[in-house]
Structures are given as structure tokens and as C-alpha cells.
Design a protein around this ligand. Structure first.
Ligand SMILES: [Zn+2]
Length: 273
């Protein structure tokens, strides 16, 4: 999918809607610019990453910002304190993300290499900033002035708190969609994830461009393929369990995912998720 690239690394994916592919964890940050304020989607894995994203945002707009966290995984919200220090007052997430982000201390060890200050909880802007605005079952419209962002939840999937953010023909999906890597199942609800993706695919009349949490923006076909591949993986895993309950590892080589993800998926299915 081709997009115009701005001089500072942002790709325009829709009207006043941009994606920044960052180097850390290949995280995509999003930016939607209205006439009164702008929305930032995901803030990075700590103060270094967050500041790089904020600097890139500030090269595009000086408007007041609002932050959206797509879910409670460290690479998507550990940069919140950088944005709070820049004056951001509204932090949005799904209501179930609040508990995960509040308990974010347990995720600090993941970022020891790219974000030593965040890992050690020392230095500036390393506090956990928990969203103070939440979305539940009902869609919320964020008005940015001459442009708006729809925030909504389609069901559990990559986590129990995946929030989607749509602006015009573009929808930011967080890690519900993966591009260039297998889906990550550590906190996932695999069967519900398939349904959530199928529901997202049904919104094709509304959206053309799906921005994953990591990797390149994709079209509707990618959403459908991810749903059918996941459905097939669940079928293989379920059949393996039926045929050889004591040794389901035999299914790993025939799963449509790399061994790590295949094992995580089977573990989640075993635990009843
Ligand atoms: Zn994630």
C-alpha cells in the first residue's frame, strides 16, 4: 500500500492522518490532526521512545494533544509520562486497560535494553500514567475540530482491552492486526480474536486502511487472512489435543505460526482463554 512520506518520517494514510514507523519494537505511532487539537495513538516504550514520538508529533503540529493507548502492553503506553509532561490531560483507553496499565510495574523488566531508565523507574518521565478517560461497550467520538476520531471495542482478542481508533477511512488497530510478524498470544483470547477480526472485516464499507501496532498498514484482505489463519491454527491445535492429549507438541510443526507463537497459542487454549 503506497503512502506519501513527509520529511520527518510520518506516512500520510488519510486526511490529516499519519503513521510513524518507529525503530523501537517497530511500533507504529499514529497522529490525527484537527483544527483545535490532535490525537496521538500510542506513546512508545519509555521516555526515550516517547520523546522521539513527541518530537516527531511536534514537527507536525503545535496543537494541544490527546493520547489514545490501544492496549495495556508496555510498548504502547510507557511513553505516556512524556506526553503528560508536555501538557496532555486526556489519556484514553479501553476501560479494561486501566487495570493493566495500573499494574504496569510488572512490565518494566521488558524494556531493560532500549529504556534502562524506564526499567529502573529512575529519572524523568518514567512514572506510569494511567488513562483517565475510558471506552466501554459504547463507541466514543473524540472531537478534534473539523475532524473526529471514533474509539470503539469489538470484543476481546490480542488482549481483553483492545481499543480501535478510526479517523475517516483509516483505523488504528493496535496489535489486533500484525504485519510482518505472527500475532502475539501471551494475553490473547484466540477464539474471540477470530470473531473480533471477522467483525472488523465486516466494516470494510467504512474503512480502507488498517494500521497495525507493528508493521506496514494493510487492506481488508490482510484482516481476512489473519482471521482465517488463526481459525485454522485453532483447529489444528484442538485436533492435536483430541488425538494426543499427552503430547500436543507434535502439532507445533504443522501450525501456521512460528514455534514460539504456536506454543503460546496452544498454552492459551489449554488455559481456557
Ligand atoms: Zn500488544
Amino acid at each position: 500500500m503506497s503512502q506519501a512520506e513527509t520529511t520527518d518520517g510520518w506516512h500520510q494514510v488519510g486526511p490529516q492522518t499519519y503513521v510513524l514507523a518507529t525503530g523501537t519494537y517497530l511500533l507504529n505511532a499514529g497522529l490525527i490532526v484537527g483544527s483545535a487539537r490532535a490525537a496521538v495513538v500510542d506513546t512508545g516504550a519509555g521516555p526515550r521512545h516517547g520523546l522521539a514520538i513527541l518530537d516527531a508529533v511536534r514537527s507536525m503540529t503545535q496543537l494541544p494533544l490527546v493520547v489514545i493507548n490501544t492496549h495495556a502492553h508496555f510498548d504502547h503506553f510507557f511513553g505516556n509520562a512524556v506526553f503528560a509532561a508536555d501538557g496532555v490531560e486526556e489519556f484514553w483507553s479501553h476501560e479494561a486497560a486501566v487495570a493493566g496499565i495500573s499494574a504496569g510495574e510488572s512490565q518494566r523488566h521488558f524494556v531493560a535494553e532500549p529504556e534502562p531508565e524506564m526499567a529502573a523507574a529512575t529519572g524523568k518521565t518514567t512514572a506510569l500514567v494511567v488513562p483517565n478517560r475510558t471506552v466501554g461497550a459504547d463507541c466514543v467520538t473524540l472531537e478534534l475540530g473539523d475532524r473526529s476520531v471514533e474509539l470503539f471495542h469489538l470484543g476481546r482478542g490480542h488482549t481483553d482491552n483492545d481499543l480501535l481508533a478510526a479517523a475517516g477511512p483509516v483505523v488504528f488497530t493496535g496489535d489486533l492486526i500484525e504485519e510482518g510478524a505472527d500475532p502475539a498470544f501471551e494475553d490473547a483470547y484466540p477464539r474471540e480474536w477470530v470473531q473480533t477480526l471477522e467483525q472488523l472485516a465486516r466494516l470494510q464499507h467504512r474503512y480502507d486502511i488498517f494500521v497495525p501496532g507493528h508493521g506496514r498498514p494493510v487492506g481488508i484482505d490482510h484482516v481476512r487472512v489473519q482471521a482465517s489463519t488463526m481459525s485454522r491454527a485453532i483447529r489444528i491445535a484442538t485436533q492435536a489435543k483430541r488425538e494426543a492429549p499427552a503430547d500436543t507438541t507434535k502439532a507445533i510443526p504443522i501450525m501456521p505460526y512460528a514455534p514460539v507463537q504456536a506454543r503460546e497459542l496452544m498454552g492459551r487454549l489449554r488455559s481456557g482463554a
